[in-house]
Design a protein around this ligand. Structure first.
Ligand SMILES: Cc1cc2nc3c(=O)[nH]c(=O)nc-3n(C[C@H](O)[C@H](O)[C@H](O)COP(=O)(O)OP(=O)(O)OC[C@H]3O[C@@H](n4cnc5c(N)ncnc54)[C@H](O)[C@@H]3O)c2cc1C
Length: 459
């Protein structure tokens, strides 16, 4: 006999809990199934713990720079990694507790622990239990990809999930992958006191960003002592007496690099392989992402897919927005769409990169007439006052419509300030409106109107 629900949500990531609560409040008898900890990647081994660890790393960095500000610290700066981990665990634990309490307090919502697999388009199995519903919402997220590299099975390595258990200082951390996740960990561990080497097979870091942005970030990280090997593909890994060694396929010597510990940060893959999607008839693409339409419906009526698993976003805010879209369309009679969303995200190295809309490369490829404005952070008074003048800001606008096309703000508060431009993009107003706005002095955002007054045609 199967237990009947009106709606079943699989995965308590960034969309699932809010959707489950919303459905339950709407009178649906709802089940939320989670196989690990509620909160998914973001809460347990993604955004929240990494940004908490980054805060500890920054504290160490600022303490070491105390002398620049006239602050004398007599003893050498040491990082207590056990305390760093305890602090991270406390922040994560509080988030899990709040979420668990919220779900538990919601009438009409049942939280079920276990791994869900479809048995048919209208049933899932969780252990011995068979659950049936007319509507299913898949929010199963993703996990770190582990490449099929010879020797990897014989050496210990970290992913973004297992490195969360570290309460000691790795002597020399090798990080395979020079993109968003790899770089955040690289700077964090360097600031904790580890030697850090990043190995990237591409010709530059963060291949999705414009080259000058990636080069500037590399220079910032190199200045902190992080070593980079670009154009270097890891082809094999082997155990060494006191750590691991990676064999590289690259033009430059040395073709081997050894370290005490290894972190793999080579990309993510969706948790869709063990979900019984074939029994439900739900289509996936060649990489396993669930195919959805602009309103997040799968090819099977009554089944939606939200969050990283649908390949339409790779962030907490995109997953949460998926929830908003589905809830609004289903419960409020709206017709919201994924394509209404403007791409935006941040890379939380220090200083951070705040991004919105198109890159320079994408604008050029679009063939439209565009204007560009750039400003080094050295011009920003707030940055000078804080003694943190690394980076630059770029804004791109359409020469004909005067609409903002994209922005890359690499500099202190870039992750916050970018929202002034993002909101203007959502409001669909000409940039001249923001150019005439009066912003607070002395802030970084104060310079956005000035920046918008310095456009030149994009060659
Ligand atoms: C190191 C790191 C740092 C990040 N930092 C940021 C950041 O700063 N900002 C940002 O926006 N994004 C960040 N991200 C990305 C962000 O964490 C994800 O985009 C987000 O968590 C995706 O949410 P989701 O809802 O798709 O699923 P997830 O959060 O991945 O949750 C999916 C849940 O489903 C469960 N599940 C899976 N399969 C089943 C099953 N068959 N049965 C039951 N339960 C199942 C999983 O256990 C998991 O709890 C980061 C990611 C990483 C790895």
């Amino acid at each position: 006999m199967s237990e009947r629900f009106d709606a079943i949500v699989i995965g308590a990531g960034q969309a699932g809990p809010s959707l489950a609560v919303r459905l339950a409040h709407g009178g649906c008898k709802t089940a939320l199934i989670e196989r690990k900890a509620v909160g998914g990647t973001c809460v347990n081994n993604g955004c929240i713990p990494t940004k908490t660890l980054i805060a500890s790393a920054r504290a160490a960095h600022v303490a070491r720079r105390g002398g620049d500000y006239g602050v004398t610290i007599e003893a050498p700066i040491r990082v207590d990694m056990a305390q760093v981990k305890r602090r991270k665990d406390a922040v994560v634990g509080a988030s899990i507790d709040n979420l668990t309490r919220w779900l538990g307090d919601t009438a009409g919502l049942t939280l079920i622990h276990g791994h869900a697999r479809f048995e048919s388009p209208r049933t899932v199995r969780v252990g011995e239990r068979m659950l049936a519903a007319e509507q299913f919402f898949i929010n199963v997220g993703g996990r770190a990809s582990v490449p099929a590299m010879p020797g990897l099975a014989d050496v210990p390595y970290f992913t973004n999930a297992t490195i969360m258990h570290v309460d000691f200082l790795p002597e020399h951390l090798l990080i395979v992958g020079g993109s968003y996740i790899g770089l955040e960990f690289a700077q964090m561990y360097r600031r904790f006191g580890s030697r850090v080497s990043v190995i990237e097979m591409g010709p530059g870091l963060i291949g999705r960003e414009d080259e000058d942005v990636a080069v500037a970030i590399q220079a910032i990280l190199e200045a902190e002592g992080i070593a980079f090997r670009l154009n270097a593909e890891c082809v094999a890994v082997a155990r060494r007496d006191n750590g691991v060694a990676l064999r590289l396929n690259c033009a430059e010597e040395p073709r081997e690099i050894a370290g005490s510990h290894l972190l793999l940060a080579v990309g993510r893959e969706p948790n869709t392989g063990d979900l019984g999607l074939e029994k439900a008839g739900v289509a996936t693409d060649t990489r396993g992402y669930i195919v959805v339409d602009d309103q997040l419906r799968t090819n099977v009526p009554g089944i939606w897919a939200l969050g990283d698993a649908n390949g339409r976003g790779a962030f907490t805010h995109t997953s949460y927005n998926d929830y908003e879209i589905v809830a609004a369309n289903l419960l409020d009679g709206a017709s919201r769409r994924v394509t209404d969303r403007i791409p935006t995200y941040a890379l939380f190295v220090d200083p951070p990169l705040g991004r919105a809309g198109m890159t320079l490369r994408e604008v050029r490829a679009s063939g439209r007439k565009a204007l560009e404005a750039t400003m080094p952070m050295t011009r920003v008074g707030r940055a000078r006052e804080r003694g943190e003048t690394l980076g630059f800001m770029r804004v791109l606008v359409d020469a004909e419509t005067q609409r903002i096309l994209g922005a890359a703000l690499l500099g202190i508060e870039g992750d916050e300030v970018v929202h002034t431009l993002l909101d203007a993009m959502y409001a669909d107003v000409p940039y001249t409106l923001i150019q005439r706005a009066v912003h607070i002095h002395p802030t970084v955002a104060e310079f956005i109107p000035t920046l918008l007054g310095s456009f030149h045609p994009l060659p």
